[in-house]
Design a protein around this ligand. Structure first.
Ligand code: NAG
Ligand code: NAG
Ligand code: ZN
Length: 445
């Protein structure tokens, strides 16, 4: 209790300062009655205030409170919608731009996303599926290995085509600017979701799209790209890939020297390192080396379905907050070929991948990276972007709570992005200069 008299005015006029009244035994019976009446009045006032606040909370903030204390609807479908209304999906990998390239020759005037659109994505279905954001994958095919040459030097169109993909994504975000919000930081994503918009980010799906140049990496960042997948299905100058159907023969044995320099620069500028499509050696080396958290933008669990594109348990164990671990989020891919044996891919099978990654790496390290519009087939029950609630309902049925589900749908990715943003800010504050590393096979520099 302060000794300087500051407490007195707070008690108000006519209310004895009990902290200072001293010897209470000497008060008269009248004094005592007055004192007790005063105390009673204060207590009732306080209780009334508490009651009114509680009542108001129940009436007006019931939504928020139930989310926190976990009194969700019993019906899993209703619970899923409830959770997604508060924590919408941020999908790590959607291939809409390559569909616009292949089906519409990059002519966005011919694209109407307000009506049912070819493929798995359009605005009505994004809304129905409670999508709050996604990475628009800006993808170009791996170059033909023969004409590219073994030094990866001849695929001159990869950067051009990537720029065209970026252009398509940006034009569509602009065309539907009521729906889509161009977002560059984790805080932008939260703000966009708060406004009811769909946060839109870019992801480059393969180191081959960098034209062997770290300068191109920086330029992509400036154009809004926030992750680069180190490889697609082909090896490139930076790293080895896992191929698609079978493991190709390693070329570098994981990351090349240039690949390590690329990760340094990605960490420095705040570009997320994406390890989907990489070989196991690339992934292990990259997660151990990266100063920033990493992602798998669209990969499932190999222990559940054994294909090279899925993440094995020994790599899942490198993920976490413990010693020798790195924070990461593995965003589960829905492609039936990666999910289950032919004919067996459905909502439950996808949920098995989520559950397994949660079991080995932890619930804070799993997310969703559907690969919609980049996959021909789809799981039964997860046919397009309107179906995410079915997966959330299935996991709710399996005992996932609102908090963990909010991490799965987007919270875990946001945490990883914030981590990468922090590392970049630290490295820039430390004055680390932009990398000038040159690919040693180039002869023009
Ligand atoms: C692009 O699509 C619009 C709408 O379908 C069409 O009118 C226009 O001719 C197309 N442009 C080109 C260059 O194909
Ligand atoms: C790559 O380009 C160089 C220079 O134009 C050429 O000499 C070489 O033959 C090309 N390599 C392949 C595999 O086409
Ligand atoms: Zn892919």
């Amino acid at each position: 209790m302060p000794e300087n008299g500051e407490t007195a005015p707070l008690l108000g006029e006519g209310i004895p300062n009990l902290a200072r009244t001293g010897n209470l035994e000497r008060e008269t019976p009248a004094d005592r009655r007055r004192r007790l009446a005063t105390i009673r009045a204060v207590v009732y006032t306080v209780l009334t205030v508490v009651f009114v606040v509680a009542l108001a909370s129940v009436l007006f903030l019931w939504d928020k409170i139930t989310g926190v204390v976990g009194h969700l609807p019993k019906d899993p479908e209703k619970a899923a919608l409830y959770i997604l209304n508060n924590a919408p999906v941020i999908d790590g990998h959607i291939d809409l731009p390559i569909l616009v390239r292949s089906a519409f020759a990059n002519n966005i005037s011919a694209v109407d996303l307000e009506k049912p659109f070819a493929g798995h994505v359009d605005i009505p279905r994004l809304r129905k599926g409670k999508v709050g954001g996604f990475f628009w994958s800006v993808y170009t095919d791996c170059p033909d290995a023969g004409s590219e040459g073994e030094d990866f030097l001849n695929a001159t169109w990869s950067v051009r085509d990537t720029l065209e993909q970026i252009d398509i994504a940006r034009l569509l975000v602009q065309k539907y600017s009521d729906t889509f919000a161009w977002t560059l930081k984790s805080s932008d994503i939260k703000a966009a979701i708060g406004r009811g918009q769909i946060a839109s980010l870019l992801g480059v799906e393969g180191g081959h799209q960098l034209g062997n140049s770290i300068q191109v990496l920086r330029t992509y960042y400036d154009l809004g790209v926030r992750y680069v997948t180190l490889t697609h299905a082909c090896h490139n100058a930076f790293a080895d890939s896992c191929g698609i159907f079978e493991d190709p023969k390693p070329y570098h044995g994981g990351l090349s020297k240039l690949g390590y320099a690329l990760i340094d620069e990605m960490n420095r500028i705040g570009m997320l390192v994406d390890l989907s499509h990489t070989s196991d050696d690339t992934a292990k080396q990259a997660i151990k080396y990266s100063k920033a958290p990493v992602i798998w933008s669209h990969s499932s669990a190999r222990a559940v379905h054994d294909v090279p594109r899925n993440v094995p348990d020994d790599i899942l164990k490198l993920i976490g907050f413990g010693k020798g671990q790195t924070d990461a989020v593995v965003m589960v891919n829905f492609a039936p070929f990666f999910v289950a044996e032919p004919g067996k891919a459905d909502v439950k099978a996808v949920a098995d991948h989520v559950d397994h990654i949660a079991k080995v790496a932890g619930k804070r390290h799993v997310g969703l990276g559907s690969d919609f519009d980049g996959i021909g087939d789809v799981p039964v029950g997860l046919e397009d972007v309107s179906k995410y609630p079915a997966l959330v309902a299935e996991l709710y049925r399996r005992g996932w709570n609102a908090f963990d589900l909010a991490g799965l749908t987007g919270g875990n990715l946001l945490r990883v992005m914030e981590g990468a943003e922090r590392v970049a800010a630290q490295m820039q504050k430390a004055g680390i200069p932009p990398a000038a590393t040159k690919y040693d096979k180039r002869t023009d520099l």
